[in-house]
Design a protein around this ligand. Structure first.
Ligand SMILES: [Zn+2]
Ligand SMILES: [Zn+2]
Length: 470
């Protein structure tokens, strides 16, 4: 074992070399050391070679497979709905990437994976991510099949919001949520969804008795979190497996999706672990959380008690060095860090930490990052999204297929939710619309109260043009 003094001597000597090389690289004269000598010293020190073996003068170089996939129309930006995905292609879009605190540029963690067979999955649904999903022009009824890694609210905060409004936008079929069990039944995904429905009891009143009320049902596929390598989805050639993560409480899980020879891993939160190294081995796109060790900065900037900060990182998360360490064990085609406070002043340090152990292709997966993957190519861009937008409309075919089992009924009827849930007296106090509506804009009001106990609607009329003036 080296004594403390010897260690310091070694460190000082290393620092000396680095300092000399740094000055040489700027081209300034350094007594007795030419830049050629410095470069030679650098090579013999065993690092600082281009990891992809590019010839001299290549500048920043990337692996040979880092090229646009055939479906990519604009190499710089992804414009939603402008690129049909190739049949053998996967597209990954980061809809949110932030743990805490909320910030303008990052929503809560959510990763959308689209496959060339038309399937689309969501991994976690953190607060604020719906805004990005909708800006990406994903029709609301198609925001479904949500895989939750664990039940920290930064990973499912937008679930109640989606649950409330998706029926309004045409998803009258249940929400499908896949997630882990917990240490006890009341700590599992199923129990969380039951509580969500209780929390939303008031909001759900608005569609009680109507056909779209099925949209308030949640189909939960809860898997046993202990079943490492277990399959939680296996349909249409898509297989999703899961395994345990060490994140402070039983239940936290990671996912691997395999389809058509392509694969994707999202670790969710947790300490770097052997199970992840095992199950993620050789994956195409490996996405892990990253918690840069910034206990001192948290204390200075956010007032987080240093011990709280240290406990958080040391017990629950993957430090930036460990991101590189894990990626090196796994050897993916692309390693990505998500669930990361993307502080611009710290990006250099984060990458330096990753590069301590990993030399392969690395990128941050933060809001609007888009990754196209085929067997031959990987390409990363940023989605070009408008500041203001609206929901994409699902096709009528989708509505008929998914809400009416393929055949549009002549009539749908149900109980009048307003008569059942609101006293007449408060409606009697409403101001007569004739007092504020221009005469030529008066129509027969679609007042549910006037429908009586039940109502009848023609779905063909609902799916067609807006209601005609009468
Ligand atoms: Zn988290
Ligand atoms: Zn967490």
């Amino acid at each position: 074992m080296k004594s403390k003094d010897e260690t310091e001597k070694v460190d000082l000597a290393r620092r000396g070399i680095i300092k000399t090389m740094g000055v040489a690289a700027t081209g300034m004269a350094v007594a007795g050391v030419t830049s050629a000598e410095a470069a030679e010293e650098q090579q013999s020190a065993g690092g600082e070679t281009n990891p992809y073996g590019s010839p001299p003068g290549s500048g920043i170089s990337m692996p040979p497979y880092y090229l646009p996939t055939p479906s990519v129309k604009n190499k710089n930006n992804y414009f939603p709905q402008s690129e049909p995905l190739g049949p053998d292609e996967m597209r990954i879009i980061f809809m949110g990437s932030n743990p805490w605190p909320p910030r303008m540029s990052q929503a809560g963690t959510c990763i959308m994976v689209e496959m060339g067979n038309g399937k689309r999955f969501f991994f976690d649904l953190g607060p604020g991510c719906l805004r990005n999903i909708i800006a990406n022009q994903v029709p609301v009824p198609e925001i479904n099949d949500i895989f939750l890694t664990h039940l920290h609210i930064d990973h499912f905060g937008d679930l109640p919001y989606l649950w409330q409004f998706a029926p309004f936008n045409g998803r009258w079929t249940p929400l499908r949520v896949i997630g882990p069990s917990g240490r006890t039944p009341e700590l599992g995904t199923k129990a969380m969804c039951e509580h969500l429905k209780k929390m939303g009891a008031w909001t759900a009143l608005f569609f009680t008795g109507m056909p779209m009320a099925d949209g308030y049902e949640i189909e939960v596929a809860e898997f046993d979190y202990r079943d490492d390598g277990g399959v939680c989805y296996d349909k249409d050639g898509v297989k999703v497996t899961h395994w345990r993560r060490s994140h402070g409480a039983d239940g936290a899980s990671a996912y691997r999706l395999d389809w058509n020879g392509l694969s994707f891993v999202w670790t969710g939160d947790g300490k770097p672990d052997q199970l992840t190294a095992k199950y993620a081995k050789g994956v195409d796109v490996f996405v892990t959380e990253m918690a840069i060790d910034m206990v001192n900065l948290w204390a200075l900037k956010q007032g987080v008690a240093p011990l709280m900060g240290a406990m958080t990182i040391d017990n629950y998360h993957t430090p930036h060095y460990a991101v590189g360490y894990l990626a090196n064990l796994i050897q993916p085609r692309l390693a990505m860090a998500c669930h990361v406070s993307y502080d611009r002043d710290l990006i250099g340090e984060m990458v330096a930490g990753v590069r301590t152990h990993y030399k392969g292709l690395f990128a941050f997966g933060v809001d609007h990052t888009v990754v196209n993957v085929t067997k031959d190519h990987v390409w990363i861009r940023e989605a070009a999204l408008p500041e203001t937008t609206n929901t994409a409309r699902p096709s009528l075919e989708w509505m008929i297929q998914n809400n009416f089992g393929g055949k549009l009924p002549a009539e749908i009827s149900g109980k009048n939710p307003i008569l059942a849930n609101q006293e007449q007296a408060v409606r009697d106090l409403e101001i007569d619309p004739a007092l504020f509506t221009p005469k030529d804009q008066m129509r027969q009001w679609a007042r549910a109260a006037s429908w009586g106990e039940t109502f009848k609607i023609s779905p063909a009329e609902m799916l067609g043009a807006p209601p005609a003036k009468k």
